[in-house]
Design a protein around this ligand. Structure first.
Ligand code: SF4
Ligand code: SF4
Length: 405
């Protein structure tokens, strides 16, 4: 299993996969986190609709894979994690200045990410506080990393100044401390860490064959004290395989139920399985959600049937059909037609959209559903698609400006 050639193939393959995910699915992490939020809200409010499925399919694919195989997503597919990997490697190659956090403090600081996850769930998701809406660095990364678009820094500074400052701080610290964000701060990493404790794919490292070099421990991206272990069951492990490559004795192997498997094959299989399940299913579910929201067969229409009692009562708007437009991601204009019936918003139809499709599709079904459900344009933006969400809200608000009673 070991040998320089294999290690090179492993390292190169991982870098290639990281680059591909960075280019083609840069927002996947944020969309998955947004999916966790949607799933949580649907569960606590007992509200499920077709619009929910395209949002949560990422979660439904990635969580079971993590449960079985561990955090391949973090080690091989997450664009934010990859970015911090590259910053660290580049900086270390040039300056060799490494901030080593001792084992005790590393262990303590790793609890921070669970506290952040809990804080987000309680304040932002449960009590709908806007505490994190403009201060989270992952939305900023989503806005910057969209391939094919030049980031609109004026918008980012205007709407996410705190998030941008945090993003810069995190990337700066990542140059000195490997996977700083993943180790200590990432709320999604906290969730993955909890889930992956039950994984069946594990690294074995019989200490009877170990030397005293601690090469595996020193190379571990997540600071796991491997020198003390015979097997890596820690939820902190991101399956980056650096320890496998680092061991001069070839003493670390990947196993499923005690049987050895090839690390390279496992990494490639995880990436292929996750994308193979996610992309086609997500596309199909988006189409189903849009069709089920558009009984007339008109794509891009969100319609919510109000309960009988609310349909009979007059809402705050004049009945009629109104048009409005708003600015979405990277200045893309979104034009909508809003139908008001019985005083309530009943339909939001997208007439034209210059927004980036991946972000717009992420935001559209959830935001329009939420506007109709709450009868207000003041709804939460979809994390990872903030600008597209704001474009939809602005367009609907613009349309409704003529509908006030
Ligand atoms: S811990 Fe968070 S940022 Fe790091 S790789 Fe995992 S999901 Fe991405
Ligand atoms: S234990 Fe090995 S595979 Fe896991 S994070 Fe550390 S170096 Fe990567």
């Amino acid at each position: 299993m070991n040998g320089g050639k294999n290690f090179s193939a492993l390292k190169i393959s991982r870098i290639v996969i990281q680059v591909l995910f960075f280019i083609f699915l840069p927002a996947w992490y944020f969309q998955t986190f947004a999916g966790v939020k949607q799933l949580y809200l649907s569960l606590i409010h007992h509200q499920f609709s077709a619009a929910l499925w395209p949002q949560i399919i990422g979660v439904l694919v990635i969580i079971p894979v993590t449960l079985f195989a561990g955090r391949f997503f973090c080690g091989w597919m997450c664009a934010f994690g990859s970015l911090t990997d590259w910053i660290y490697r580049g900086f270390q190659k040039l300056f060799h200045k490494n901030l080593k956090i001792g084992e005790t403090w590393d262990h303590r600081l790793k609890f921070l990410k669970y506290a952040i996850l809990l804080l987000i769930i309680v304040t932002s998701w449960t009590f709908q506080s806007s505490l994190f809406s403009s201060s989270n660095p992952w939305d900023v990364f989503g806005a910057i990393a969209a391939v094919g678009n030049t980031p609109n820094f004026a918008d980012i500074f205007a709407n996410m100044a705190a998030g941008f400052a945090l993003f810069c701080l995190i990337t700066a610290v990542s140059a000195f401390s490997e996977r700083f964000f993943c180790r200590y701060l990432c709320p999604m990493g906290a969730l993955f860490s909890l889930v992956s404790r039950f994984k069946t794919i594990k690294f074995k490292k019989p200490s009877t064959h170990c030397g005293s070099c601690k090469a595996c421990t020193n190379s571990c991206a997540m600071g796991i004290p491997l020198y003390r272990m015979d097997s890596v069951g820690s939820g902190e492990c991101i399956n980056c395989m650096k320890c496998v490559s680092a061991c001069p004795r070839g003493n670390i192997s990947l196993t499923v139920s005690g049987r050895k498997i090839r690390p390279l094959a496992a990494g490639i299989a995880a990436a292929v399985i996750v994308t193979g399940l996610y992309l086609p299913v997500q596309t199909a579910l988006t189409q189903i959600a849009q069709k089920s929201a558009a009984p007339s067969g008109q794509a891009g229409t969100a319609e919510f049937l109000l309960p009988d009692s609310s349909a009979q009562s007059f809402g705050p708007y004049k009945d009629g059909t109104y048009q409005g437009s708003g600015t979405g991601f990277h200045g893309g204009r979104t034009t909508v037609t809003v139908v008001v019936s019985g005083g309530n918003i009943t339909t939001i139809q997208v007439d034209s959209c210059e927004d980036t499709p991946s972000f717009f599709n992420t935001a559209y079904t959830v935001v329009s559903d939420e506007i109709i459900r709450s009868q207000s344009t003041d709804v939460d933006a979809v994390s990872g698609a903030t600008y597209s969400s704001m474009g939809i809200m602005e367009a609907v608000a613009d349309a409704l400006s003529s509908a006030r009673t």
